[in-house]
Ligand binder design. Structure first.
Ligand SMILES: [Fe+2]
Ligand SMILES: [Fe+2]
Length: 207
């Protein structure tokens, strides 16, 4: 009788463990990656809209080079938003963005705001999102975040240069943007994008 009871207890324990293993993924903490992708999609969509407005203001103020830079960065943010949206859909979500444009003051102020935004994304937002996506094994999200963080670093650098020497940026400039990763450059002097290996001839010219 005792042996039978023991066998029953063992059976119950094995059954309970099997049920726990089967239910494992549901019991694990839900991945924050989808929320992070939505936040990034919202941020990139807003950056795109904001930079297009900043470009108009730069043109009005005679800073043609800055206007081209804002349009090039806007194009890169558009590609980042598209990349994030594709991953959101693959994870079963629906990309959502709420566009809120800031007050447009002057090109000098717009450049400062742009440097702040890009620096935050480069140093805080994307590194955190990448770490969480890596921990969750969400490889496509890691790829999308990595593409964005590389370009945001370039944008921050260009905006800082323009803010420091605004008069030199009255002259028109040319940029080119990688249609896959948003890599933003002044000259396509490579056969393949150094970030994502897309052929250089596919880069989108912005003038
Ligand atoms: Fe950017
Ligand atoms: Fe690229």
């Amino acid at each position: 009788m005792i042996r039978a009871s023991r066998q029953f207890v063992v059976f119950v324990l094995v059954a309970a463990c099997s049920a726990l293993i089967a239910a494992g993924p549901a019991l694990a903490a839900p991945s924050k990656t989808l929320d992070n992708l939505q936040a990034a999609f919202n941020g990139e969509s807003n950056a795109n809209a904001k930079y297009l407005e900043f470009a108009k203001k730069a043109d009005q103020e005679g800073y043609a080079g800055v206007a081209v830079l804002f349009r090039a960065a806007a194009k890169a943010e558009e590609f980042h938003a598209r990349n994030h949206a594709d991953v959101i859909k693959k994870l079963g979500g629906t990309p959502k963005a709420e566009i809120k444009l800031p007050a447009i003051t002057s090109t000098a102020d717009n450049l400062k705001a742009a440097v702040e935004g890009e620096t935050y994304e480069r140093d805080k937002m994307y590194p955190g999102f990448i770490a969480e996506a890596k921990a969750a094994g969400e490889k496509e999200a890691v790829r999308s975040f990595n593409f964005a963080v590389a370009a945001e670093g370039q944008h921050a650098k260009f905006y800082t240069e323009a803010a420091a020497n605004l008069q030199a940026w009255k002259a028109a400039k040319k940029f080119a943007v990688c249609p896959v990763c948003g890599n933003t450059v002044t000259v396509v002097d490579f056969s393949k994008c150094p970030v994502c290996f897309t052929p250089g001839e596919k880069f989108v010219a912005v003038a």
